[in-house]
Design a protein. Structure first.
Length: 269
């Protein structure tokens, strides 16, 4: 009987210790899972303009037994596939410090709004490719902008809109004239000197005749998305009388993109 009573006392002590341990875990908000997280808050704009950059903030708490370290743990966008992973330009944000159990971490980062449409943004912690813990609130986002060219289906990378130009319609052979072209960056990348140029041609993208002497007009500075740039340059009329065409378009690494300028028919006498 004494032996049975001793076992009962030990069992009661063990149960009491477990209850105390669970109470402590509950009081600190920790769980017995190795990887676990609680979603605390986030700040995400509900309306955006295509191509614009916006700040996002997401706060998560480490409620597991593991320590989150940079290079292994990250905040990841959920409900994405191979075709949509680049929609927001950012899909993974690494932890920027060591996050011990019971501590919080604030993720501050920038996203770029995609093309017009209705979207949802939701985040979750991940260890490598394994998601864990609570997801953030699902945020509906409406992206719309009245001044983007609707006829161009892909504005994710490089795009341009022709705004205006000033080109003489009459010229004399061999003389030099001023030309002004205004273009707008309607893509998501910043135009940079040396990478992006205005290419002047005789007929569309064909400049093999080199009728206007100038072929490429360099940028004087960077052109951010949704900004305009004014190209001012000189062209020399051909030495032979006739009717010529003058048109220009933005290029990057030799590849044309965006709207070309209106073709100007010039009489050279």
């Amino acid at each position: 009987m004494k032996h049975i009573r001793s076992i009962s006392i030990l069992a009661a002590v063990f149960v009491l210790m477990l209850g105390t341990l669970f109470a402590q875990q509950k009081g600190t908000g920790l769980s017995d899972q190795y990887d676990n997280a609680s979603y605390l808050s986030q700040s995400t704009p509900g309306t955006m303009l295509p191509g614009q950059s916006y700040g996002v903030s997401v706060t998560m708490k480490n409620t597991g037994r593991s320590t989150w370290k940079q290079g292994g743990y990250a905040l990841k966008l959920i409900n994405v596939n191979e075709s949509t992973v680049k929609t927001w330009s950012v899909s993974t944000v690494d932890v920027n410090s060591t996050v011990s159990p019971g501590n919080e971490v604030v993720f501050n980062f920038t996203i770029i709004a995609p093309v017009d449409g209705s979207y949802n943004i939701q985040w979750q912690m991940a260890n490598g490719n394994d998601f864990f813990g609570e997801t953030s609130s699902n945020i509906p986002v409406r992206v719309s902008g009245p001044d983007l060219p609707t006829e161009v289906p892909n504005i994710i990378e490089n795009n341009a809109m022709f705004i205006s130009q000033s080109v003489p319609s009459e010229m004399e052979t061999g003389l030099t004239y001023d030309v002004t072209v205004i273009m707008k960056n309607t893509g998501l990348t910043t135009w940079k000197p040396g990478d992006n140029k205005l290419k002047v041609s005789t007929t569309g993208a064909d400049n093999t005749l080199n009728a206007w002497v100038v072929a490429n007009v360099e940028l004087s500075g960077e052109v951010a998305p949704r900004s305009e740039v004014v190209f001012t340059f000189k062209v020399t009329a051909p030495n032979k009388s006739g009717v010529y065409n003058l048109q220009s378009q933005i290029v990057k690494d030799g590849l044309f993109f965006g709207q070309p300028t209106t073709n100007v028919v010039i009489n050279v006498n």
